[in-house]
Design a protein around this ligand. Structure first.
Ligand code: PA5
Length: 473
């Protein structure tokens, strides 16, 4: 499907602030790594072919969750051909049904099973979506996230909210777990389902209409959905790992429930796929990002990757990326430390260290402002003790821009390498590009450094111990 100019230009990666002597990189560094990047790209694309063909996967490549790579293209093609009958068409229909029947949606999931949805909610919805009247939300349900911890007060607090409002059955559960066996999510589902059943007065049909499971093709959640008689269960496809699943039903169904344009999201991702496949190092955002991150780590010891977001809309997008990078490449004693910061807020907590601390950081600015039709401006006041009349006529976005430019200037003067990713306008197309760019970059970097980016064997240890402790109590 052809993408429009907005989709094409929605994301720009600019590493020029990293090109500096002694602490940064040179043209020669980038030229040196270019053939290696092209080989890693070829390997990622070959992994996809191997996955499509169902070839046997060599031991060192298991698991091979390459299915995310062309998932956006496949979903869009199927939607273009089968419309309402397609996977995407079904998601849009379920989101519409929920919008018509409930006012609140509780999304249960942990890690890759909720972080993408949260990122989209914070980046694209009204900052106070849940507090706005229904009409101002264009009838889209309020959104809550649970099942991502074992926090008694947090769950009871949400239950208080769900049960004290006038219509106790005006809410739904979207439960997401690929394995279907993650304890935190399973416990939350058991508890919230009980509350929902009571709220529906035992009307099982009403309950069925209010529960949407998203899970792998087999497992405990799949069995539970079957026993419940859920009319719509969405698959997390085989070969798409948790933190690579944001552009499957895992992220798309919640996004549709929030009222986001899921087609535009996928078009953004498909556009990034095109850029990844076709563009050469030097003008390929995925390969250029990997080159800069990898070279800064290997040649300059920058093993802390600061994703420096500006304004308040992108914090959860950063946290989504923190998880992606940490769980994918933090293996075999390797892996850079991802760190999301929110500026200007964190200039007052971390700024000192980033300006003058150890030279172990690469800063990547993530720039993009949430949309609002209004613009706040400083007005003259007879109470000028704050001396702000000097700035009369200045708009709030200009203040953020000045902070951004001032910070970058200060980093540059101290030879602190800084790159930029711009998502402008910050909308579904830009986020689709960003999600896909980062997932591809993580896969490419994994192949470049010989780390399997898929799977998370290290997380199993805590799960095993926790279960043993609980069962032996
Ligand atoms: O990236 C991953 O695979 C993990 O972060 C999972 O998403 C997380 O552990 C949740 O797993 P599940 O969806 O099986 O409940």
């Amino acid at each position: 499907m052809a993408s429009d100019d907005n989709t094409r230009n929605a994301l720009e990666y600019d590493p020029s602030g990293v090109m500096m002597p002694e602490t940064g990189l040179s043209r020669a560094d980038l030229d040196w790594i270019a053939p290696r990047l092209e080989a890693a790209r070829a390997e990622v694309l070959a992994d996809l072919d191997c996955w499509h063909r169902g070839d046997p996967v060599p031991e060192e490549k298991q698991p091979l969750d390459a299915g995310f790579t062309d998932l956006p293209d496949r979903l869009l093609d199927e939607h273009a051909q089968a419309g309402e009958q397609s996977e995407l068409g079904r998601m849009i229909a379920v989101a519409k049904r929920l919008r018509e029947t409930v006012d609140r949606a509780v999304i249960l999931g942990i890690g890759g099973s909720y972080m993408g949805a949260r990122a989209m909610f914070e980046a694209c919805c009204h900052p106070f979506h849940n507090e706005m009247p229904r009409v101002a939300r264009d009838d889209h349900p309020r959104i809550y996230f649970e099942g991502n911890n074992a926090d008694n007060a947090a769950m009871l607090g949400l239950m208080d909210l769900l049960t004290t409002e006038h219509a106790a059955d005006d809410w739904a559960i979207v439960v997401i777990s690929k394995s279907g066996g993650t304890l935190e999510t399973a416990v939350a589902f058991r508890l919230f389902l009980d509350v929902l059943r009571q709220a529906c007065g035992g009307d099982i049909e009403k309950v069925r209409q209010r529960v949407v499971p998203i899970t792998g093709r087999s497992g405990r959640l799949r069995d539970l959905a079957h026993a419940l008689g859920s009319p719509e269960v969405f698959d997390i496809p085989e070969g798409v790992g948790g933190r690579f699943s944001v552009l499957s039903a895992v992220g798309l169904l919640p996004a549709a429930v929030m009222g986001l344009d899921v087609v535009k999201l996928l078009q953004g991702a498909a556009e990034m796929n095109r850029r990844f496949r076709e563009q050469s190092p030097g003008s390929n955002p995925v390969l250029d990002y990997v080159a800069v991150c990898h070279l800064m780590e290997s040649r300059r010891g920058a093993n802390v990757r600061v994703l420096s977001t500006w304004g308040k809309g992108l914090e959860s997008v950063g946290l989504w990326y923190d998880q992606l990078l940490a769980e994918s490449l933090g293996k075999d004693g390797q892996g850079a430390l991802p760190l999301t910061v929110v500026n200007t807020r964190d200039l007052h907590s971390r700024g000192q260290q980033h300006q003058e601390g150890a030279r172990d950081k690469l800063i990547t600015n993530l720039v993009g402002q949430r949309y609002h039709p209004g613009v706040l401006t400083i007005e003259r006041s007879d109470l000028n003790q704050d001396r702000l009349n000097d700035l009369a006529g200045t708009a709030v976005p200009e203040i953020l821009e000045a902070a951004f430019r001032g910070t970058n200037q200060a980093y540059h003067d101290d030879r602190r390498p800084t790159a930029d990713i711009r998502l402008e306008p910050l909308d579904e197309a830009a986020l689709g590009q960003f999600f896909q760019m980062m997932m591809l970059a993580t896969a490419v970097e994994g192949r470049l450094i010989g780390i399997n980016p898929y799977g998370q064997p290290g997380v199993e240890a805590y799960k095993k111990n926790m279960t043993a402790i609980l069962r032996g109590k």
